[in-house]
Design a protein around this ligand. Structure first.
Ligand code: G6P
Length: 618
């Protein structure tokens, strides 16, 4: 993962580098560092957060007109100052250093390191990045132009990466390169910039160029040039379109909230309303919502294969129930990192649906491409980032309009994914003549009501907060659900472990007696998702099994579910009965539970340890 920023401007670039890093901290926060050119290359690094780096920059009064910066999620080498980027090659005495920041993984770094060591380069870190610095330095001996030397270097590197490079002897420019990891340029009135994502540059400019794989760009304060150096092809200058981003810097401000996660939980009514905007005023559902080719592709669709990771995978698991029940379509849901290394049997009638908040998750992208290679002709991406690789690579696309999600634990991306998947289900059902006009109108009405229903679900917060106090003392928790609510139990458990570090497991409630019941005692809270559906009777029996063994039950029930609170049986009722939308509504209290338990435990809610938001490495 990691986030990188670069800037060359007519004024001091340190503030824009730091602002950029702060916006990119969601990509990793094991250490932070920057290099600016001012009478040679000045480097600052810290194992603290970007705030720490900012303090260092202030006390040391570091400034310069060109610089590169980095926030790290450690892959090669422990999080330490020695391993923090930027990495150097060359000697300070001769003022001949190369500085590099890097996001991604260099797969052939061991052989590269050995080769460069044999050439006499001395490694001082455990990172794969340092090999890039030495490689560029080595190529610069033969090719004096930095852009061309970077081109030659990336041709020798294997893996997915984005890099930014500076040369001590040329303080007026930076060179960046993209190969499989996100990177864009920002073109401003006072300078030119590069970053891993748009949010990092919004304070400087709205004009962005999304680089393509193999692109290498040289930036100065008055201009830029881009060449493409895909392996095996001649290096040639390329033109890339300049896009004006619609994202506003307010959308990424914290505002009155204590944490981004809190903000994003409470933004869900508007996030869902924005996502469904095109449907909310319509009287019928149309395949065109998924792209102009959708009608043709959906007409050929005989089954669905969903590929995703993490929370997005849980959204896919929910969709399977909907697709089977409402659209009568067979559906497989696969963890992307597993799928890409199996030998599944392709079926030309299967539509591949990739779900991703970021659209940059390496495993999801690779799995989607693998599915295509295997012989699945069509893909649909459901994604929250318009300019992402996933959106660009898919045949059909549906954008969740949740707005930027910054908290590492996904919340509004999940519920907007679910709303989109319900819409997809209804569209496919309609095309397969499985949807009566009456049901279609009911689903549209339900979706129209969804923002209000979520608002109602949020009202249980005070009760959830009260539960969080005792919950925070526990070391383990079990989450139970049945049917379409089993993936919601999985999502609830994931949220709790991600941000509160309480070990949590989800089970299909019917599986309880096949093992996990052995864990139940007074120290093991059991959370149950208990909507009033056809499985409620069976779920209640499962709850009795817990109760009889002294377990403490925390039940989230529908307004009309007949579950009476009692000793060791706590019940929170949602204000509505959700119907088809029930999995979306039951997600809300689980997000609130994780959030408040994490607050009680004093963890770093938005930046849980060891995690990062966009997982751009395998
Ligand atoms: C990381 C994030 C999760 C997210 C998962 C998949 O693990 O922390 O919140 O669900 O990646 O990310 P994607 O962007 O593909 O949805």
């Amino acid at each position: 993962m990691c986030g990188i920023v670069g800037a060359v401007a007519i004024n001091n670039v340190v503030p824009i580098l730091l602002e950029g890093l702060q916006r990119l901290e969601y990509r990793g926060y094991d250490s932070a560092g920057l290099v600016v050119s001012h009478e040679g290359l000045q480097r600052l690094r810290t194992t603290g957060r970007v705030l720490e780096l900012q303090k260092l920059a202030e006390t040391q009064q570091v400034h310069g007109y060109a610089g590169i910066a980095h926030t790290r999620w450690a892959t090669h080498g422990a999080p330490s100052e020695r391993n923090a980027h930027p990495h150097f090659s060359g000697s300070k005495e001769q003022n001949s250093r190369i500085a590099v920041v890097h996001n991604g993984i260099i797969e052939n770094y061991e052989s590269m390191r050995e080769r460069l060591q044999n050439e006499g380069y001395w490694f001082v870190s455990d990172t794969d990045t340092e090999a890039i610095a030495h490689l560029v330095a080595s190529n610069l001996k033969k090719i004096p132009d930095l852009l061309e030397a970077v081109c030659a270097s990336i041709a020798e590197l294997r893996g997915a990466f984005a890099i930014a490079v500076m040369e001590e002897t040329r303080p007026d420019k930076i060179v960046v390169a993209r190969n499989g990891a996100p990177l864009l340029l920002g073109l401003g009135a006072s300078g030119n910039y590069a970053a891993s994502d748009v949010s990092a540059l919004l304070k400087a400019t709205k004009n962005m160029i999304y680089l393509e794989d193999g692109d290498v760009a040289e930036l100065t304060n008055i201009g830029y040039r881009i060449v493409n150096c895909q392996q095996g092809e001649a290096v040639h200058q390329v033109e890339r379109t300049v896009h004006e981003t619609q994202l506003s810097s307010e959308a990424i401000e914290l505002g009155p909230y204590a944490h981004y996660m809190q903000k994003e939980i409470f933004e869900q009514p508007s996030a869902v309303a924005n996502t469904l905007e095109m449907v909310l005023n319509a009287q019928s559902i149309s395949p065109n919502l998924f792209g102009s080719e959708a009608e043709n592709i959906f007409a050929q669709t005989r089954s669905i294969l969903i590929l995703a990771c993490g929370t997005s995978y849980h959204a896919g698991l929910v969709a399977r129930y909907w697709l089977e029940t409402v659209a009568g379509l067979p559906c497989n849901v696969e963890i992307a990192s597993e799928y890409r290394y199996r030998d599944p049997i392709a079926d030309a009638g299967t539509l591949v649906v990739s779900i991703s908040q970021s659209g940059e998750t390496a495993d999801t992208l690779a799995a989607m491409n693998y599915a295509k290679q295997l012989g699945h002709p069509y893909s649909l991406a459901i994604c929250n980032v318009a300019e992402s690789a996933l959106i660009r690579q898919a045949d059909l696309r549906f954008l969740t309009r949740a707005g930027p999600e910054i908290g590492v634990a996904s919340t509004k991306a999940f519920t907007t994914q679910l709303a989109s998947l319900l819409l997809l289900t209804a569209t496919l059902a309609k095309m397969r003549q499985k949807l009566s006009t009456e049901t279609e109108l009911r689903i549209i009405a339900d979706l129209r009501h969804l923002p209000v229903a979520i608002q109602h679900a949020l009202q249980v917060e005070p009760q959830v907060k009260a539960w969080a106090k005792s919950f925070a003392q526990k070391r383990h928790a079990l989450f139970l659900g049945r049917g379409v609510h089993y993936p919601i139990a999985m999502e609830g458990a994931l949220k709790l472990k991600e941000i509160s570090y309480i070990h949590a497991e989800a089970y299909a409630a019917g599986e309880l007696k096949h093992g996990p019941l052995a864990l139940v005692d007074s120290e093991m809270p059991v959370v149950a998702i208990a909507p009033n559906d056809q499985l409620l009777g069976k779920l209640k029996s499962n709850l009795q099994e817990v109760h009889a063994r002294g377990g403490e039950l925390y039940v989230f029930a529908d307004a009309d579910a007949q579950i009476t609170p009692g000793e060791n049986l706590h019940v929170i009722r949602l204000l509505e009965h959700g119907g088809l939308l029930s999995p979306i509504l039951h997600t809300i209290p689980l997000q609130l539970l994780a959030y408040h338990v994490a607050l009680e435990r004093g963890t770093d809610v938005d930046k849980p340890r060891n995690l990062a938001k966009a997982v751009t490495v395998e």
